[in-house]
Design a protein around this ligand. Structure first.
Ligand code: ADP
Length: 510
């Protein structure tokens, strides 16, 4: 009901202002008023026609498609009605009877269309068929007025409105009232907004028709009131058509997208919980495997002692020693290496799955200080491999301290890992301030990444150069996740055999 309070009051205000402007015009020139009112409603009706013809793919409601088509034809008759007004001088050999006939045709078409439209609350529409029927009807009606002259008179000069015209207005009002009742009966099939607009439109039409039954002269007050209500009625129908054909489909599209996003997020959360649980649980048996491998080592040692103390000699002793000194230790090394690999992988997965659940503690980061700490962690490697690392003066940013360090640890570790063996490794960390973000870069002269791999490396388990160094393919996935959480961006420039430069941006907060 918020809509009733806010939107509807604005709509009503608009209609009231519009009507006031037209009332003012009616005092200066009735002809101008009539042309203004008619052209306004004709424009609205044509707009409805164009909308339903073009955007019906979105619309779920055939009722409004039917009305849009009908109103296109109604607008056509209204246009003829306006042009045939006595003062317009277009149909010079006709009297005031002609515009009144065309008016009554238009109102019959309108009221019957509103009534028939109810069928399409339940039925699918065949647009071509409906347009064909309306075209045929329009041609027959035009012939009956202009060619055959068989359409009943509505206004006779000197006598006033004919019985046919008066009775017709009552019939039309009754049709509208029946329609109103049917719309009310079927209110469940409308969206709340469109239902309110439809009721307002039908009420305005019904009252307008009643005004027309009272009118005495073409220029009389009830004619003016009737025309004004006609504007209101067309405007409200137009609003329902806009609502159902344009606003509603887009808003349902957006709500579907939002729904999909929420589902995706909850699936993601679920998946992360599963990864967390699995990685956590698998690490426990690894501890056992490590422990029992040690046990085997001790047992082998004992066996070795027993053999040396025993009287076993010759080829049997040689065979036993080969098993104890080479085969078992080789297999044990293989087991321990594998366990270490799996453990590294699980640790990485745990880290990755925990990123989202850890509260992001944003604070001002002294980037120079934090980078010094990160670089210090790799001091041994840097000295051993004689890496030339340079950290230029960095701007500060707002980030989670731990996660900020995780980003640069991963990038610097990669820059060290994927260096070229035959050249002196150079790593440069720089940073600068842009209009809305702080950007950092980590550049190296390492092996580089081919263009086709550049898009892949941020994905989990994606490794481009497995033969160069060990890894799990999780580091950059983690970095990307952290950057995403900070609403920042990560991208790279790289050339095989030349080097890579990773860029990370953080939004600036004032
Ligand atoms: P990992 O290093 O464990 O394989 P990452 O996610 O950190 O996993 O990196 C993914 C892949 O991206 C690496 O396997 C490597 O091929 C490539 N890569 C990352 N950083 C660099 C770099 N500085 N130079 C060249 N290749 C890189």
């Amino acid at each position: 009901m918020d809509f009733v309070k806010s939107r509807l009051s604005k709509e009503l205000l608009f209609v009231v202002i519009l009507i006031s402007v037209f009332i003012y015009i009616s005092y200066t020139s009735f002809m101008l008023f009539h042309i203004g009112v008619e052209f306004f409603s004709i424009a609205i009706a044509f707009a409805m026609f164009v909308i339903v013809i073009n955007v019906d793919k979105f619309s779920e409601n055939d009722y409004f498609i039917f009305l849009g088509i009908a109103y296109g034809f109604i607008a056509g008759f209204d246009l003829l009605h306006t042009l045939s007004y006595e003062g317009m001088g277009i149909f010079s050999n006709h009297t005031a009877n002609l515009p009144t006939q065309l008016w009554i045709i238009s109102r019959y078409l309108e009221s019957i269309s509103l009534l028939v439209a109810i069928i399409f609350l339940k039925r699918k529409i065949d647009k071509t068929k409906v347009i064909a029927i309306y075209s045929l009807l329009a041609v027959l009606l035009l012939l009956s007025v202009f060619w055959w002259g068989i359409f009943p008179d509505c206004l006779i000069a000197g006598e006033g409105l004919t019985l046919f015209k008066k009775v017709s207005e009552y019939i039309i009002s009754s049709i509208i009232l029946i329609t109103l009742a049917l719309v009310y009966y079927n209110r469940e099939k409308f969206y709340q907004k469109t239902y309110i607009y439809m009721v307002l439109s039908l009420l305005s039409t019904a009252v307008a028709e009643l005004f027309f039954t009272f009118y005495v002269s073409v220029y009389g007050i009830s004619n003016i009131a009737g025309h004004l209500l006609k504007i209101a009625s067309f405007y409200f129908i137009y609003k329902s058509i806009i609502e159902i054909n344009l606003r509603k489909p887009y808003s349902s599209l957006f709500s579907e997208i939002n729904q999909a996003k929420t589902n995706l997020e909850s699936k993601n959360d679920e998946l992360e919980n599963v990864i967390y649980a699995i990685s956590h649980d698998i690490r426990s048996p690894l501890v056992n495997i490590r422990g029992f491998s040690k046990e085997i080592e001790f047992s082998v040692e004992e066996l070795r002692n027993l053999i040396s103390e025993s009287s076993i000699s010759g080829p049997i002793k040689d065979d036993l020693e080969e098993i104890i000194d080479e085969q078992i230790p080789d297999s044990l090394n293989y087991i321990v290496d594998s366990v270490n690999n799996v453990d590294g992988l699980l640790k990485g997965l745990l880290k990755l799955s925990r990123i989202d659940s850890n509260e992001l503690a944003l604070k001002r980061i002294d980037a120079n200080q934090k980078l010094d700490e990160v670089v210090a962690n790799y001091k041994y490697k840097i000295q051993e491999e004689k890496i030339d690392i340079e950290v230029s003066d960095l701007p500060n940013c707002q980030a989670d301290e731990v996660q900020f360090m995780q980003i640069f640890s991963n990038l610097i570790e990669n820059a060290i890992k994927y260096s070229q063996s035959d050249t002196i490794s150079r790593i440069k960390v720089s940073g600068w301030e842009e209009k809305e973000e702080i950007v950092y870069s980590v550049a190296d002269n390492g092996i580089g990444i081919s263009e086709e791999n550049q898009n892949q490396i941020f994905r989990i388990f994606n490794r481009a150069s497995t033969e160069i160094a060990d890894g799990e393919g999780l580091g950059l996935a983690l970095v990307k996740k952290i950057v995403d959480r900070h609403h920042g961006e990560i991208w790279l420039e790289s050339e095989l055999g030349v080097g890579s430069e990773f860029f990370i941006s953080f939004p600036k907060y004032d």
